[in-house]
Design a protein around this ligand. Structure first.
Ligand SMILES: Nc1ncnc2c1ncn2[C@@H]1O[C@H](COP(=O)(O)OP(=O)(O)OP(=O)(O)O)[C@@H](O)[C@H]1O
Ligand SMILES: [Mg+2]
Length: 357
């Protein structure tokens, strides 16, 4: 096991800087998930750890060792990609054993490790098959098995489940969680999937344009996003945002005003952004302070809940209500944003949270 440390790491391709200056410590034995929009530098960051991309400047450490100039095969890492990249002419057993053979590990030890990992991943009955005779999920399991038999000190996963259908994804996700509980090796995992990030991670790192916008435990990011970007990125469906003015201790917009809760400091701000998650929006019976009227524009019954998109004088607001709530397109509803559920962000480009420390 090992931690991974980026010290002022810059990555440029010629004139283009993809990662401006990365300072990040990935803790030993922890499951760290990197998320962010397409092109923000997640794969590049992972590939620098793997040694598949050179670091332009700064230092990269695995454990206590600086690895800037260490070859990929000498870094004691194993990487699993979205495309499984199995050798088609080899059986499952040979695919899993291949890396160990290259490292001149004794035959008996190889056989024992492959058997152990095949059991862990329920691959025993497929060991003599070739990849083309396997399902997508089975192939992905072989790709993981091939990494696990190596017993690396760090696992790197780049969207390993994105080629699988929704049901298989869920199953594999739970297997990966179980796996980490068993082997407790440092994992750095890139994903687009909210559920994967929230459920697998000890820590989530949210990136935007090569910059870390927040690092923390999943529920910390969910409940206390450090800025508007993270607020909008974590959570599905995404948080609602309403542009507001700050006036006399209240946030106000077109047809609505709400008292600023004590845990936010809006001093020195005339304009702010109010944030509220769809699941926190309530429907109430009568117009009162902090209530806004909305007209239902889209109604999406999902079974476990009903999602409604409302038109209001201030912004479009999505709300998640209990499935028994009776509503049709065109209905008018009083919407309330409970003060203990709102978020307030600066209206500037950084959009920092104005929550008091
Ligand atoms: N060899 C290269 N030369 C120039 N630019 C590159 C090269 N490889 C990647 N980039 C650029 O670096 C940026 C980050 O790419 P990267 O693959 O790390 O993104 P990502 O966060 O993994 O995105 P995705 O979610 O789409 O996989 C992108 O803008 C990409 O165009
Ligand atoms: Mg990528």
């Amino acid at each position: 096991m090992a931690k991974v440390v980026f010290k002022k790491v810059v990555k440029s391709y010629g004139e283009v800087t993809v990662v401006p200056e990365l300072d990040l410590e990935i803790e030993d034995g922890r499951f760290t998930v990197l998320v962010g929009p397409s092109g923000c530098g997640k794969s590049t960051t992972l590939r620098m750890i793997a040694g598949l991309e050179e670091v332009t400047s700064g230092d990269l450490l695995i454990g206590e060792r600086k690895v800037n100039n260490v070859l990929p095969r000498d870094r004691d890492i194993a990487m699993v990609f979205q495309s499984y990249a199995l050798y088609p002419h080899m059986t499952v057993r040979e695919n899993m054993a291949f890396g160990l053979k290259l490292r001149k590990i004794p035959q008996k030890e190889i056989a024992a490790r492959v058997d152990e990992v095949a059991t862990m991943l329920s691959l025993n009955e497929y060991l003599d098959r070739k990849p083309k005779a396997l399902s997508g999920g089975q192939r992905q399991r072989v790709a993981m098995g091939r990494a696990i038999v190596r017993r690396p000190s760090v696992f790197l996963f780049d969207e390993p489940l994105s080629n699988l259908d929704a049901k298989l994804r869920g199953e594999m996700r739970r297997e990966i969680a179980k796996l980490h509980q068993t082997i407790k090796t440092t994992i750095v995992y890139v994903t687009h999937d909210q559920v994967e990030a929230m459920t697998l991670a000890d820590n989530i790192v949210v990136m935007e344009k090569g910059i870390i916008r927040q690092k923390g435990q999943p529920l910390e990011l969910y409940h206390k996003p450090a800025n508007r970007f993270v607020a909008g990125f974590i959570g599905s469906p995404t948080m609602n945002f309403v542009d507001c003015k700050v006036e006399n201790g209240k946030l106000s917009s077109e047809s609505f005003s709400i008292k600023i809760p004590d845990n936010f400091n809006t001093e020195n701000h005339q304009k702010v952004t109010l944030g509220i998650r769809p699941e926190d929006v309530m429907h109430v019976e009568k117009k009162e302070d902090g209530v806004i009227e909305g007209t239902a524009e889209i109604v999406e019954p999902l079974g476990a809940e009903i999602l409604v998109t409302f038109n209001t004088d201030s912004a479009s607001i999505m709300a998640g209500f209990e499935p028994t709530f009776k509503i049709a397109v065109g209905d008018k509803v009083m919407l309330k944003f409970p003060p203990d559920k709102i978020h307030i962000f600066a209206a500037d480009s950084m959009g920092d949270s104005l929550r008091r420390a």
